[in-house]
Design a protein around this ligand. Structure first.
Ligand SMILES: NC(=O)c1ccc[n+]([C@@H]2O[C@H](COP(=O)([O-])OP(=O)(O)OC[C@H]3O[C@@H](n4cnc5c(N)ncnc54)[C@H](OP(=O)(O)O)[C@@H]3O)[C@@H](O)[C@H]2O)c1
Length: 404
């Protein structure tokens, strides 16, 4: 059986969605019993909305902006079709009308890609944490500004230079005003506040400040004190009300959002029942956003899928590469490091850093080695463990080297 999908918009996200749908239709059919198929595509120059609507079970809206997206989404739901959209502007300005229409028409309106790109914050706030009393949602919900601030921090660049670099790399549009003014983040926080607190917050209700006024001096100050400077969106319950706003803020180094760099987004959700959950990931991009859109389509197709039978022919990999930390308690005599290095070298293990610490009975070697197959490293450690100058067995800890 097929599940018919009509696509409105074939730009950055729409084209990526088209491609992804064709690629994933087989596996989706295998796990759901329904094969999603595109019934038509509407752009400014091609396709007919009424025709696509009549032939679809679900409409994906990836035009963006208010009109005609607003009109099409309403008409689709009133015709009894589910709708998936990535349009934060539409939801933050006409949300109540759209949610009401979806309820009345008994169709699903899904919009995971409208907030946080691929980070599944809508689903988590709305579904996974439906039973939690959420006190606060705050986060970095605009990848462009996070990229600019990260560049200013990393290179000491001015705001203007970092913006130019973001534009050169495609992280910022030629007219970046929605992003750098904080307005885009404000739209997303309005949507999150509606989900988290059930409060009918709209974009116009959210005060926002952007990053245009920030200087490299502000960033240097942050760095000296071990702080990060981020554009923070927050929505919280205060004195029986709800406060939603967007502004730059310094964060202490151990804050879960402090280390979120580049164009990544991250959202922290706080509730007494769950303490705190932080979700992070790519904030935008055609294929990334398309994957969140397709996830919504699958959710709308059927109740959550059961786990499909395991795919055959996928062996479990047990010997994987990792970097390692190696700690050796050694006797304090010449030649110790040379012997250890020789054994590591014979197994193809290359040393990234090494320090010798302590004297006499306290002498030890601490080293980090580059990524290597676990079997090779452990073989080397086995040989090192037999050396007569070791005062106790070697200690090994894996090192996660990923940087984001
Ligand atoms: N880009 C991202 O990384 C990203 C991330 C998260 C969310 N989003 C959201 O995803 C949505 C789409 O963004 P996008 O970047 O893919 O936009 P885009 O590249 O500008 O593409 C827009 C598409 O809509 C079509 N369109 C515009 N006006 C139309 C009209 N009046 N009637 C019919 N079709 C029309 C365009 O047609 P033509 O092809 O004829 O020009 C184009 O195919 C927006 O709501 C955006 O906020 C985007």
């Amino acid at each position: 059986m097929t599940f018919r999908v009509g696509l409105l918009g074939h730009g950055t996200v729409g084209a990526a969605f088209d491609e992804l749908l064709a690629d994933r239709a087989g596996p989706i059919e295998a796990s759901t019993g329904l094969r999603p198929e595109l019934t038509g595509v509407l752009t400014r120059s091609a396709g007919d909305f009424e025709d696509i609507l009549a032939r679809s079970d679900l409409i994906v809206e990836l035009i963006g902006g208010l009109e005609p997206a607003h009109d099409y989404v309403l008409r689709a739901m009133r015709a009894g079709k589910h709708v998936v959209t990535a349009n934060k502007r539409l939801l933050s300005q006409h949300g109540e009308e759209l949610y009401d229409t979806a309820r009345e028409a008994q169709v699903q309106l899904r919009f995971e890609a409208a907030v946080g790109g691929v980070v599944p914050v809508v689903r988590v706030v709305h579904e996974t944490l439906a039973a939690a009393h959420i006190e606060r949602v705050h986060g970095i919900v605009n990848g462009t500004t996070n990229f600019i601030l990260s560049e200013m921090t990393r290179t000491g660049a001015s705001y203007d230079d970092a913006l130019r670099e973001a534009q050169r790399l495609g992280y910022a549009e030629s007219d970046p005003s929605d992003d750098v003014s904080g307005r885009d983040a404000a739209a997303k926080m309005a949507i999150l506040a509606r989900l988290a607190f059930g409060a009918a917050v709209q974009l116009d209700d959210v005060p926002y400040e952007g990053i245009e006024q920030l200087t490299s001096g502000d960033i240097a100050y942050a760095r000296e004190l071990g702080l990060s400077l981020k554009l923070l969106g927050s929505a919280e319950r205060i004195d029986g009300g709800v406060a939603v706003r967007v502004h730059p803020a310094f964060l202490y180094g151990d804050h879960p959002l402090a280390s979120v760099g580049g164009s990544f987004n991250a959202v922290t959700i706080e509730s007494p029942t769950i303490t705190e959950i932080t979700l992070s990931g790519p904030g935008a991009g055609g294929s990334q956003t398309a994957s969140a859109v397709l996830g919504d389509v699958i959710s709308a197709m059927i109740p959550p899928p059961t786990l499909p039978a395991p795919a055959i022919g996928q062996p479990l990999v047990t010997d994987v590469e990792s970097a390692f930390y190696l700690h050796l308690e050694v006797e304090d005599r010449p030649g110790v490091l040379a012997q250890v290095a020789e054994i590591l070298g014979l197994q193809g293990v290359s040393v990234k850093s090494v320090v010798q610490k302590g004297l006499g009975d306290d002498a030890r070697l601490e080293m980090v080695v580059h990524r290597v197959l676990e079997s090779k490293f452990l073989a080397a450690v086995e040989l090192i463990g037999r050396l007569d100058f070791l005062r106790s067995g070697p200690r090994v800890i894996r090192v996660i080297e990923e940087t984001f």
